[in-house]
Ligand binder design. Structure first.
Ligand code: 1S3
Length: 607
């Protein structure tokens, strides 16, 4: 059935959904993943009645945005036209992601001359204090004003012909909500917060944050951390939208105490899951990408510390650099304990733990690059020798007069022998393999902790550390893998967060059939515990951080890691299959229903 487009026809009263986010066509963090991966499922339900709004940044737009040049006389076309005639920069086109939805991007510079006037109005009407704010706040104020103008024009033009829902994500898109309500614009609003600004700051700075939640005075704390504008906008949006939502029960508690609003609904995050028709395919990919990680590990460690790769496990953690919020501290403590336990138990295995995050650095460490390059040279020399032996062996075999196996040693030229020996000689060293792959601008929590815990890649260590202070992209010379491939090549993802409203990283592991560790303070971990009682059976382990202190939780984590290390290859393969088999649970085709409910409720409340 063809879906009639109310933006091009005025025949029937229909519903239109507009999704609005700072991260539409603008990747900053997790919200981009939410919006982008959800598109196919939204387009499936709403067809042409769905589009998105976002900010226009030429650089990101050049990669993901395809302009539509001809504006028709639909309501959408007319609204864009009207805004342009007001002198505002409005870009209209397709977002080049799966589902290819239409998007409208606002050029913030085109309204920048009105910034002070908009700020004055925010203060007069809603007492939002925006003096001396960071530039990002100014940008979001401009963005909010353009959204307000757009929605108001669209709704006025539609009158009673169309029911419009605006689903607004995070405070960065939310300065428009108080005015939309005050002006009684005919639009139903859903506001989803993916964290609270205050929660993020307090969790990282105040011990026992969760126990003290009910004691904080939001305004005092917001002023203390210099985020009064953001916190006020968030609070107003939460209380003035028609339906307020967040991504997990964990964050819902924060909303209650820090935003003064118990969310109406919880909207868990999903992914666009692609499953293979044959189970062995994801196992094959694991082997393929693990081999690539093996190459890196040989280049990095074997120069001074060769170990048996068939008895080596790759663990990793990744995310923004929030040392204790993301649980890097507890992970390091647990690894130090694991190292000790493996040595005590004389376990004949090696664990290489990768920390993948983003911190300022000068460049990749030239010594790390050099070691890799020389190892590649050894590899090439071996290939040349292999070829030479192969050809000579074939000739000798074809022309053989007896059945004696020829002496292979005689087939290698002196030149190649010498070259191989010299390259190995220049490569081998007594130096300890580096912990950090890059030249960091500053020491940080990870480097401090590795020193303090003596996790320094000592020869006797069973647990080796690779700290890669940059996100992994396919052009990266050290791995030559994109992030998804890297995840597939690893054996275990470790994410015992302290503050994590949802947390996509463990979910990204599940989607790729990789077992994972999360915490009961992360939205995802909490959700998992609610929907699957036997989650451990399915390769998801949850560290108890709610009721245990740091040291007890670190001990629990180290035991989880040890148990994993002790598994046999066969057990690991079975576990990977089980993890992969639950990935569908998190496909948007199953989770979109939560969004449908929120949007329906907003329409009912607007009436
Ligand atoms: C937020 O991004 P973050 O990493 O700043 O939103 C994400 C999407 O809902 C969520 O997964 C994450 O926990 C939040 O913290």
């Amino acid at each position: 059935m063809e879906i009639q487009n109310p933006l091009t026809s005025s025949a029937n009263k229909q519903k239109v959904l507009i999704e609005i986010a700072w991260e539409t066509c603008n990747q900053v963090g997790g919200i981009y993943t939410v919006i982008r991966t959800k598109v196919p499922s939204m387009v499936e339900k709403w067809g042409n009645n769905y589009f998105l709004l976002g900010p226009y940044f030429p650089q990101t737009a050049s990669a993901e945005f395809e302009p539509i040049h001809d504006l028709d006389d639909s309501i959408l076309g007319k609204t864009i036209q009207k805004m342009r005639s007001m002198g505002l920069g409005v870009h209209y086109g397709y977002w080049l992601v799966t589902g290819k939805p239409r998007i409208v991007l606002f050029d913030l510079a085109s309204i920048a001359d009105r910034l002070n006037q908009i700020k004055a109005s925010l203060w007069d009407k809603h007492q939002v204090s925006t003096l001396h704010v960071e530039d990002i706040v100014n940008q979001t104020i401009l963005f909010g004003e353009m959204i307000r103008i757009f929605l108001t024009e669209l709704a006025n033009d539609q009158g009673n012909k169309t029911e419009i829902v605006a689903h607004i994500h995070e405070w960065m898109s939310a300065t428009c909500i108080p005015d939309l309500r005050k002006d009684n614009v005919k639009i139903a609003t859903v506001f989803t917060t993916h964290a609270t600004m205050l929660g993020r700051y307090l969790a990282g700075n105040v011990p026992d944050f969760y126990d003290k939640l009910h004691t904080f005075n939001w305004l005092d704390e917001a002023r203390h951390y210099g985020i009064e504008a953001q916190a006020t906008i968030e609070r107003l949006a939460a209380n003035m939208c028609h339906v307020m939502t967040t991504v997990s029960d964990v964050t819902a508690r924060e909303c209650e105490f820090l935003l003064g609003k118990v969310p109406d609904l919880i909207l868990p995050n999903g992914l666009n899951i692609t499953r293979f028709s044959a189970m062995h395919e994801h196992q094959n990919l694991h082997t393929l990408f693990k081999d690539r990680i093996n190459e890196f590990v040989m280049g990095h460690f074997f120069q001074s510390q060769p170990f048996d790769l068939s008895k080596t496990l790759y663990f990793f953690t990744s995310g923004r650099y929030e040392f204790s919020n993301k649980g890097y501290d507890i992970t390091l403590e647990a690894l130090a304990r694991l190292n000790w336990k493996m040595k005590q138990a004389k376990i004949d295995k090696t664990v290489v733990m990768f920390f993948i995050t983003k911190q300022p650095y000068h460049s990749i460490d030239p010594e790390v690059l050099q070691s890799r390059a020389v190892m590649d040279e050894i590899h090439e020399t071996c290939n040349a020798i292999e070829k030479q032996i192969g050809e000579k062996l074939f000739n000798a075999s074809a022309s053989a007069t007896d059945l004696q196996m020829p002496d292979l040693n005689g087939f290698i030229d002196e030149y190649w022998r010498l070259r191989l020996r010299r390259t190995i000689q220049t490569w081998k060293t007594n130096k300890r393999p580096k912990v950090v792959t890059h030249l960091l601008k500053n020491e940080d929590g990870i480097t401090d902790y590795t020193k303090k815990a003596n996790l320094m890649n000592n020869p006797e260590d069973k647990v080796k550390i690779v700290y890669h202070p940059d996100f992994i992209v396919s052009t990266n010379p050290l791995f030559g893998l994109d992030y998804g491939q890297f995840v597939r090549g690893c054996n275990l993802g470790v994410f015992p967060s302290y503050y994590e409203p949802w947390g996509y990283t463990p979910l990204e592991c599940i989607a790729r059939g990789v077992p994972t560790i999360t915490s009961d303070l992360s939205g995802f971990g909490d959700y998992m515990m609610q929907i699957m009682r036997d989650y451990e059976q399915w390769g998801v382990m949850v560290v108890n951080r709610k009721t245990q202190d740091f040291h007890k939780a670190a001990e629990q984590l180290s035991e989880m890691l040890l148990k994993f290390v002790k598994q046999s290859l066969r057990e690991r393969i079975t576990q990977r299959n089980r993890v992969e088999s639950i990935s569908d649970t998190f496909d948007w085709s199953n989770l979109r229903a939560y969004y449908d409910t929120a949007q329906d409720l907003a329409l009912k409340r607007r009436k």
